[in-house]
Design a protein around this ligand. Structure first.
Ligand SMILES: [Zn+2]
Length: 161
């Protein structure tokens, strides 16, 4: 990559993903957001659309990638994906397909499924451990566990196992 974001830039782009997560929660949805950034320029921002669009596959990350539209391979390969939550296996698959080389994660305390796989495949995963990202997830898990369990393909009774 020719563009190497500073720690300050990482915080900035994560804050845009957090805005998306807040918007989603305010809309009654799952509070997870993401931003795809190429050479310092935001290509697209998105958030989980399970509730809003009745979608089974638009997570924060896949919504941002979808909104960015058709891109040449070389663009993905020089982009950074910022996401408020550690990616699930579906979003990890999407990132691996397009060879996105770096993912900046807001937090992985409430959910972590695929970081080892990403790193094994050469992706840089940086976890910022942001308290607001944790708080958004904790509130959803406490107040609306049914939308969270649905989002990760488990029954509500299986959460926390
Ligand atoms: Zn996902």
């Amino acid at each position: 990559m020719t563009w190497t974001p500073t720690a300050e830039e990482d915080r900035h782009f994560l804050s845009l993903a957090i805005e998306q997560a807040r918007t989603s929660w305010d809309e009654g949805g799952v509070p997870i957001g993401a931003v795809l950034v190429h050479e310092g320029e935001v290509l697209a921002a998105g958030h989980n659309q399970r509730v809003q669009k009745n979608s089974a596959i638009l997570h924060g990350e896949t919504d941002a990638i979808e909104k960015a539209g058709r891109l040449p391979a070389s663009v993905y390969r020089h982009s950074v994906l910022y996401t408020t939550l550690s990616p699930c296996i579906m979003c990890t698959g999407t990132a691996l397909l397009y060879e996105i080389p770096r993912i900046v994660v807001g937090e992985n305390r409430t959910f972590e499924m695929s970081e080892a796989l990403l790193r094994e495949r050469g992706v840089t995963v940086d976890v910022l451990d942001d308290p607001e990202c944790v708080a958004l997830m904790e509130r959803m898990i406490a107040e609306r566990p049914e939308i969270w369990s649905e989002d990760i393909g488990v029954e509500t009774s299986e959460l926390g196992r």
